[in-house]
Write a protein that binds this ligand. Structure first.
Ligand SMILES: [Cu+2]
Length: 145
């Protein structure tokens, strides 16, 4: 239920609905690859004023010193974000939260000087983290308007 709780916070849905959605998703996992698909616009999703205020209008994120810069960005629907790894260690850009089993996108590990891109089709708030550094690099977000 940890991931369901995160999802509930993310989209503002009542827990029982999230749990029902989780079960529905679990039934589909055998035949549907969720790795590259966008989450549909949640019915209950509304802009979060605090996150919106903190988000920087840019499509470029730099990874350095085991952090994402900026940590919160704002883009338009249909735009592509690039993440550039400027650290001497590998990182990932992985949608969701560290406890989550399935991800809407996942860069896999990429190393110094390499770039990962993802196009966000649907409006919403997308959190992501780095799998090798899940204890430090989590809660970064893309606010798609
Ligand atoms: Cu990392």
């Amino acid at each position: 239920m940890v991931e369901a709780a995160h999802l509930a916070v993310q989209v503002g849905l009542p827990m029982h609905r999230v749990y029902a959605m989780s079960l529905a998703c679990a039934c589909l996992l055998g035949c549907v690859d969720l790795g590259t698909r966008e989450r549909p616009v949640p019915q209950a999703w509304t802009p979060d004023a605090a996150v919106e205020a903190a988000a920087v209008a840019t499509r470029s994120v730099t990874i350095r010193s085991i952090r994402f810069y900026p940590e919160a960005i704002r883009i338009g629907a249909g735009e592509t974000v690039t993440w550039t790894n400027m650290d001497p260690v590998v990182h990932t850009v992985t949608e969701g939260w560290p406890a989550q089993a399935q991800h809407l996108f996942d860069s896999q590990r990429f190393s110094t000087g390499e770039v990962f891109e993802h196009t966000f089709t649907n409006p919403g708030l997308y959190y992501y983290y780095c799998r090798p550094h899940a204890a430090q690099m989590f809660g970064a977000r893309v606010y798609v308007e």
